[in-house]
Design a protein around this ligand. Structure first.
Ligand code: 13P
Length: 249
């Protein structure tokens, strides 16, 4: 399983150091986690956070990336730069990128491809809006978001990829999907991938994200198709993040 922290646009040099030292100290006790843990700080802190994590089991990730490799693209960061900084994971298609920065399915698919070309691990986010859920369109939305990436990247590029189901109505709202609601969509995602490759579908890790906290993580992670979490707000609090990591099966 994997628990990944998405710090979003939070942090400072001092706060990051305190948070990371707390997290690493929490793992150094006897029951250290057998699963994967990652932290995705803002780009500007990638280097310093990477140094703080260097001697730990916690891996480094990024929250976004350019779909392009090099050149005159002011303000962008390429996959090879992230690789250069020893990143392992890259979040692509987070709903905040889709809604606030107008990233469409095609651009998300291009980012996914460019990340896999650098042997980085994409964490592909999919999820429906509240009105889409209320209109019973959840599966159609998820299928559209997934198919765009499968069509461009090819199913073989999902071999090392990770998918995060993040219902938009559950992000930062304190309104978590119930374990049953999440499980239904996770199963749908796995079946959608299985139409192309059963082995890849069975092996892929599908994370749940959206108001995961220390109290609900265990119930969510106990579901058959939930293989960890992508954590926003609760990843900024040492004890909460450690509790969530320790809730992994
Ligand atoms: P919250 O955990 O704050 O709801 O954020 C979830 C998320 O968007 C992680 O990528």
């Amino acid at each position: 399983m994997l628990v990944a922290a998405n710090w979003k646009m939070n942090g400072s040099k001092v706060a990051n150091e305190t948070l990371i030292k707390g997290v690493i100290a929490g793992f150094s006790d006897a029951e250290s986690v057998n699963n994967d843990v990652a932290i995705c700080p803002p780009f500007v802190y990638i280097d310093s956070v990477g140094q703080l994590l260097a001697d730990s089991e916690v891996r480094l990730g990024a929250q976004n990336v350019s779909h392009l490799e090099i050149g005159a693209y002011t303000g962008e960061v390429s996959p090879s730069m992230l690789k250069d900084m020893a990143c392992r994971y890259v979040i692509v298609g987070h709903s905040e990128r889709r809604s606030l920065y107008a990233e469409g399915d095609q651009l998300v698919a291009q980012k996914f491809v460019s990340v896999t070309k650098q042997d980085l691990i994409p964490i592909l986010c999919v999820g429906e809006l509240l009105e889409e859920r209320e209109a019973c369109d959840t599966n159609d939305v998820i299928a559209r978001q997934l198919d765009a990436v499968i069509d461009l990247a090819g199913i073989e590029n999902f071999k090392n990829a990770i998918i995060a189901y993040e219902p938009v109505w559950a992000i930062g709202t304190g309104k978590t999907a119930t374990p049953k609601q999440a499980q239904e969509v996770h199963e749908f995602i796995r079946l959608r991938l299985a139409r192309h490759d059963v082995a890849i579908a069975n092996d892929i890790r599908i994370l749940y994200g959206g108001s995961v906290n220390a109290n609900n993580a265990q119930d969510l992670f106990s579901m058959a198709d939930i293989d960890g979490g992508l954590i926003g707000g609760a990843s900024l609090i040492v004890d909460d993040f450690l509790s969530i990591c320790k809730a992994m099966r």
